[in-house]
Design a protein around this ligand. Sequence first.
Ligand code: C2E
Ligand code: MG
Ligand code: MG
Length: 347
Amino acid sequence: ADTFVARLDADNFALIKQGATDEETLRLRGGVLSNAMRLSFDLPGAVIHLTASIGFAVSRPGDTPESLYDRADYATSIAKSEARGTAVIFSERHAQEINKVRALEHALRTADLDEEIYIVFQPQFDVAQNRTIGYEVLARWRSPVLGEVSPVEFIPMAERTGMISKITQTVLGKALAASAQLPKSMRLSVNLSAHDLASTTAIGLIVGMVTRAGTPCRIDFEITETAVMRDMNQANQALLLLLALGSRIALDDFGTGHSSLTHVQKLPLDRIKVDRSFVAEVTTDPTSRAIIKTTVELCRNLGISCVFEGIETEQQLDALLGLGGTVMQGYLFGRPMTEDMVHEHLS
Ligand code: C2E
Ligand code: MG
Ligand code: MG
């Protein structure tokens, strides 16, 4: 009787509750709600199971409907990502997280990218040829306000806030400059994001930059499956333009997320990069070994190359060699290094 229920859109609902707001009461009510949602629906031909992820926010003096809703929405997103099917109460910790994210976003939006973004290089070693065949280019951000920020933090944020294409261009520009100073046989791999592939403008800019740098092209690109999922046709068009430059395309983080053989079948790939989570378990987990063995075979049958990421120990390397792996990347072969270190590494 003391609850107002509204449907916001699709599967989103808002409940306005009056009454006690202490944590224990909220937890109890959250439990009642999520348990009620867990009851299954017996339909002809199928049983449907639902879960509800719930976020509570307690109103405060001075709240607007928007500020109250934003906190509830944030708590719900935490429930979805960290505790699906349960209730999360917006807390001081969440407020701090939001502030931190805002500060990061602000610093990135106002950053002088050319000045603050720099690149490091991680060797890719071909065991069969016994030499380094190229380097993956990894972005780093040194903010004058926040210090060093990991790409694991700022890349997803740049994707969310629409800044990623600018970062890709900055990284590519620096990679092209570095490439000109390297031996002709060295290739550099640049990571692309979903936005780069989805936008004809972004791809056009990338193509323009690589073309202006002159031939032969020594830049390759890494894409992820999430990046091509939204629109496979558009992604394919974009990749064909990159291939025409003389670039090669690698499918990154293979085996995580939305792995689908359709991607391998439909995209013009030159290599697959097996995610380091498989490499981490190659010495201990028979399933990981089996998956690696099958992937090596798949690549061989398709005539594309297979790169392993995240090799840290001799034992992992031995296991991978035993399974037919040849191209290796990981701390064992070299940590991401500066351009100066690359020249030393090659000499
Ligand atoms: P990624 O493309 O899969 O890059 C490999 C990541 O694994 C790098 O982390 C690298 O430092 C790390 N790594 C390499 N070898 C080892 C190892 O032996 N052990 C362990 N534990 N880690 C290893 P990093 O540089 O922090 O980059 C993380 C992710 O950020 C990248 O994953 C990529 O998705 C993204 N990223 C980095 N630079 C760029 C960029 O310029 N553009 C885009 N779109 N994404 C980027
Ligand atoms: Mg990569
Ligand atoms: Mg990877």
